[in-house]
Design a protein around this ligand. Structure first.
Ligand code: NCD
Length: 332
């Protein structure tokens, strides 16, 4: 295989096809996505024990490099690193040298000089994690924790883990992703992962102003009418309105959006009776989801949060080559 460093699916893999960076679900094979899910599954058991740590990343230094705010993603990456016995440095970018005019590359070179082994990067610009992966020294792994509206691969994979644990497999599933698809890095990463893992049908539901034009070419069927789009659906993924990324008036009003696209008890009844309700968080009650649905029996929103830790452990361990060691595997 000839390596093209600009191809996002190739920069993530070593020459023998193992995970080196995790930047996007786009272009990764079903085998590698399944290996990520299986590895995460193997970590779930360790989370319920009184001693939750495993020694896979002992002696390694992970840097949480968050240029954009986050609660869940940042804290579950931190817990995941700690449960793998790594040392973790949380860099508060707002107070760091970036605010004193240092360039991204200078920040990186300084962190590399401290012998870091892994950067977990969140950035408001699409392509930031990919750029960093192209410029780091070869032994440093880069994990994308969300870049602009491009990709959020660990969120998509913790969602895939949640779906597989709830539904068993992907083959017979119809999945609807609802709301602000236009600004959602989560939706893009989910659509690639769901199609690669063999979901029967992926739908996106929202007003035209919040559906990207190219969406059907990514392998998702577009619906403007939520009542039609929810029919026969097994998994409903609600998304937050990303108002911080909206430059123009894309919506008539929040109340109108809720009336048409909010997941109420009535609308949920249109999906299959055993449909599960998901949301990457943060949820906005009464804007995209009714409280009774978010807290109801079909909601797996908090399970998604729990699954974020074993999923992030899996990706970090695989990127560090931890999954290669038979000895460490037994210790898990
Ligand atoms: C999402 C994000 O930041 O992309 N949240 C998350 O990581 N759990 C979605 C959002 O902000 O709405």
């Amino acid at each position: 295989m000839t390596m093209n460093p600009l191809d996002p699916s190739q920069i993530q893999l070593t020459e023998d096809g193992r995970l080196k960076h995790f930047l996007t679900t786009e272009g990764l094979s079903k085998e590698i996505l399944t290996e990520i899910l299986d590895t995460a599954d193997s970590f779930i058991g360790t989370q319920a024990r009184s001693v939750k740590t495993v020694p896979l990343l002992r002696g390694k230094t992970v840097v949480n490099l968050f240029f954009e705010n986050s609660t869940r993603t940042r804290s579950t990456f931190e817990l995941a690193a700690k449960r793998l016995s790594a040392n973790i440095l949380n860099l508060d970018i707002a107070r760091s040298a970036t605010s004193k005019g240092e360039t991204l590359m200078d920040t990186l070179w300084n962190l590399e000089s401290m012998y870091s082994d892994m950067f977990v990067v969140r950035h408001a610009d699409s392509g930031a994690a990919h750029f960093i992966a192209q410029h780091v020294t070869p032994n440093v792994a880069v994990i994308n924790a969300g870049d602009g509206r491009h990709a959020h691969p660990t969120q998509a994979m913790l969602d895939m883990l949640t779906i597989r644990r709830e539904k068993g497999s992907f083959e017979n599933l119809t999945v609807a992703i609802v709301g602000d698809i236009l600004h959602s890095r989560v939706a893009r990463s989910q659509i690639y992962a769901l199609n690669t893992l063999g979901a029967k049908e992926v739908r996106v539901i929202g007003p035209n102003t919040l559906l990207p034009q190219e969406i059907e070419s990514l392998g998702a069927k577009a619906y403007n009418n939520m009542n039609q789009g929810l029919k026969g659906v097994d998994v409903i993924i609600m998304l937050r309105l990303q108002k911080e990324r909206m430059q123009n008036a894309l919506l008539p009003s929040e109340a109108e959006f809720y009336r048409l696209y909010g997941l109420s008890t009535d609308k949920l009844a249109l999906a299959n009776p055993d449909a599960i309700v998901m949301h990457p968080g943060p949820i906005n009650r009464g804007v995209e989801i009714e409280s009774a649905v978010a807290d109801g029996p079909q909601s797996v929103i908090l399970k998604q949060v729990s699954n974020g830790i074993p999923m992030r452990m899996a990706v970090m361990a695989m990127a560090m080559g931890g999954q290669q060691s038979g000895q460490n595997k037994e210790e898990v």
